[in-house]
Design a protein around this ligand. Structure first.
Ligand SMILES: [Zn+2]
Length: 172
């Protein structure tokens, strides 16, 4: 189920990651805006039991921020599809190469930038399998700073299934 806002389909990337612990039902999400004291709004994303199986399910909501923190804390215990993750990182590096040659290079020639370490990037794309450390830091980077789309894409490499129980993300 998508939440429509300005005609853009809202993506909740963590919905498919976990099921509700107490009832086994699916997890759904919604976006809420809280008015700030002085000006503007702060956006919160909440995940909670869809109550499709048990209408009276007791499971409480959890914020997306909290989910991300817990997922990062569990990062060493989760199974990931390494090939898929490698492909994703390589695509990202390729994109960076393009950015570099087409945009940043001009800035570099102009003297606005220092060098960006091309040899390192080239080595990374040539390697068949990326190092576990690099895979892990990329995963954490997207979880912390990625867009919803990027997070959704990266979450598809996680093979571990979770349940939500008392606002806790637990490995099944
Ligand atoms: Zn439930």
């Amino acid at each position: 189920m998508f939440h429509q806002k300005n005609g853009i389909k809202k993506i909740f990337p963590f919905k498919s990651l976990c099921k509700c612990g107490p009832c086994g039902g699916s997890v759904t999400a919604e976006e809420k805006f809280k008015k700030l004291k002085y000006n503007g709004f702060s956006k919160y994303v909440y995940y909670h039991c869809s109550r499709a199986i048990d209408y009276d399910c007791s499971e409480v909501y959890i914020t997306e921020e909290d989910l991300i923190k817990q997922l990062i804390a569990n990062i060493d215990n989760i199974k990931i599809n390494k090939n898929l993750l490698s492909k994703s990182i390589k695509a990202e590096i390729e994109r960076f190469h393009t950015l570099k040659t087409q945009v940043l290079q001009q800035e570099y020639v102009k003297g606005n930038l220092t060098d960006i370490g091309d040899d390192y990037l080239t080595n990374q794309t040539k390697q068949k399998q990326l190092s576990p450390e690099m895979a892990k830091s990329y995963l954490i980077h997207i979880l912390k700073a990625g867009t919803s789309e990027e997070r959704q894409r990266i979450l598809s490499v996680i093979q571990t299934k979770f349940i939500l129980h008392n606002r806790e993300l637990r490995i099944v």
